[in-house]
Design a protein around this ligand. Sequence first.
Ligand SMILES: [Ca+2]
Length: 154
Amino acid sequence: MKIFALPFAPAALALVLASPACAPEEDVPLDCAGQPGDNEAPVVDFIQPGEGVSFAPGESIHFIVKVEDDRDAPGDLQVTFEDSLDGVLEVPPPRTTEMGPDGGVVDLEYAVFEFDHNGLGEGIHALVVTAVDSGGCSGADDRAIQICPEGDCL
Ligand SMILES: [Ca+2]
């Protein structure tokens, strides 16, 4: 990419910065739930299994999903695991603390759902993890995996 010199930019920036805040009331910024404010949606990070990985029926699948939010404690988020073929999955509660360097327990800024699941039926699964915060904002991440005989889906 080519960078162009903009000799007028600092002056324009100064002008913008000097402008008084005079936004009319109807321009109040709305948050992710359509409410006035700046609440941000939870962030969901689907870490394992990887996209498109295939498994045999009954094979144990290791899941790792991280969720965090700008305001709510990670353990307070409403998190659901929904599978396109098998519906809502029952999952163990997340881990929200870890062992600190001095052996004490430290609160994490995120929650980690980590568990093994071996009950998914055969077929192509679209798994969606959704986190909803106390302000009604939601974030999600998804993963497609496949369950087929012998785990060989080719
Ligand atoms: Ca939030």
